[in-house]
Design a protein. Structure first.
Length: 131
């Protein structure tokens, strides 16, 4: 994993490449074009923590805001989600039916009680015949 983007208070201060330098200031991500000196704010603060992870010569800047990952394409001046992660149930998993399971447990318990009672009755009849 690439090194995290330093903050202005960090002695390293920026991630530098031949063309750009990226840094975080007040939870906002900025990129400075080293040839022109132009400063571009990539992400505005919305009370989330940001961390930029990589910046290379011709590749986009990737950064994280809380648990979401974004990519900034400098050629198109576009910032977009890198991936949208969803936590969902497995669609191939067998559906569980709680009512059915409860009914099966109830029926098996009733059958066990019935069998125990029948065994006891047969045992009592055998004892009466023996006496």
């Amino acid at each position: 994993m690439p090194p995290p983007c330093p903050t202005p208070t960090d002695p390293r201060y920026t991630i530098r490449t031949g063309k750009r330098a990226a840094f975080i200031r007040n939870r906002d991500i900025f990129v400075r074009d080293l040839s022109s000196g132009r400063l571009t704010q990539i992400r505005e603060r919305r009370r989330q923590r940001a961390a930029c992870t990589s910046l290379s010569m011709d590749e986009p800047l990737s950064f994280r805001v809380d648990n979401a990952w974004f990519v900034r394409d400098f050629g198109q001046r576009l910032t977009a989600p890198a991936a949208i992660v969803k936590a969902e149930k497995d669609p191939n998993a067998a559906a569980t039916d709680d009512l059915r399971e409860m009914q099966l447990r109830t029926f098996s318990t009733l059958k066990k009680l019935h069998d125990d009672l029948e065994t006891t009755r047969k045992h009592d009849e055998a004892l009466q015949k023996a006496t």
